[in-house]
Write a protein of this length. Sequence first.
Length: 488
Amino acid sequence: MAKEKKSEKTLSEKKGKTAKSSKKEKKELFASYPNLWESRSQDDIDHAMAFSEEYMAFLDISKTEREFVNNAVEALTDKGFVDIESKKSLKVGDKVYSSIKGKGLMFAVVGKEEAVKGFNILGAHIDSPRLDLKPNPLYEEDELVFFKTHYYGGIKKYQWTTIPLAIHGVIMKKDGTKLTLNVGEKDDDPIFYISDLLPHLGSEQMSQRANEFIKGEDLNVMIGASKLSDDDSSNACKYAILKLLNQEYGIDEKDFVSAEIEIVPAMKARDVGFDRALIAAYGHDDKVCAYPALMALLAQEAPARTCVCMLSDKEEIGSYGNSGAQSRLYENFLVELFAKINGGYDELGYRKCIANTKMLSTDVSNAFDPKYASVSDKRNTAYLNKGVKMEKYTGARGKSGASDANSEFFASILRIFAENDIPWQTGELGKVDAGGGGTISAYLAKLGMEVIDCGVPVLSMHAPYEVISKMDLYFTYLAYKCFIENIK
Ligand code: MN
Ligand code: MN
């Protein structure tokens, strides 16, 4: 009892010392995450608008992982990057890349520090939710021709009906050549289409659950509706389409079996709002992080530590396969980079290098939507326009499957951001029991490096048309650049 009384006295003594309120002190003690349109200069806003325009142009030609890789390699080559295979050894300022099956990409700028001290890595994914073609996609029903699809990643199936769709992908022809398809993007291209029921006859459909009224087997894309004038036989419309495809591309029905064809929204990236503050586009997840990561690497000449960017495939389905982030092929690049800087491979040296490596897993997260406030904890969610979201841990429910960044590492990044005037915010993906999700961070953390998730908040994530803030995009670029240039 005596002890408690003593502490009460101490508390009241303390209270006496700070009894007067001070606006300045209150501001210093409270955490605040300002809206960047309000807190930043006109110069920052102008830069954000200009950066966004370049992003939108890049996004419009990079809707699939293969297209993103091709366009990134072109940008890298322009800046003097070469295939790491062509180099016997690497020195400060050397710029190298390696394509991962044409669907993922690793690239690096060699820094001044020795390799064993570790690399600074930015890692994003460049696949997005979409509809893939089934192996036998082509069929005719009641004189209409369709492609059957198999959706890829987490989608709300009903969102994919009655929107303009484009067809992207590759077909390996019998003569061994690769045919690249891209139809539906140019203004005078045809688009493709999944129909939905008219409301006049939709009462039964409308009473079904939203995850049931459009089934996976209903996502059939309309690709033709005509026939040859002298053909009254069965499958005449399918024949007309196959004949056209054969004339145009030299393919037949069996060539689809081994093809990789993706159906994506045909819409271009557009400004949203009278003030043009936001961008709507397909595939912000995760190209809105991949693009600033690419730009941050392109800005490097001779960094202190070797800077690496990893753009991976298959994140939306668990990062599997040899082009997904769990593939050894990504690590092979790190091994080769280490060996060629180090003047030869040494196992312990490489492992120390990875243990000393620092990484931002640059993936998007959900932005708070006032319309759906109930799924988020308002005190622990990211908002549009407040900058890059730092996410200490991911996972679902009791942090299941989480990659949880070490406090020491997280705080060291926040110190660097503070020194360089980089705004940031934090939050979780929804309420504790509402759901959750993961990123590639867990797979890289497993190798031993320090990793934390850090990306742009997205509205309507995984929808065919997602929305982000231009200020968030630009300051994410500055945050990534700041990280690879300054973290030790
Ligand atoms: Mn993502
Ligand atoms: Mn995603």
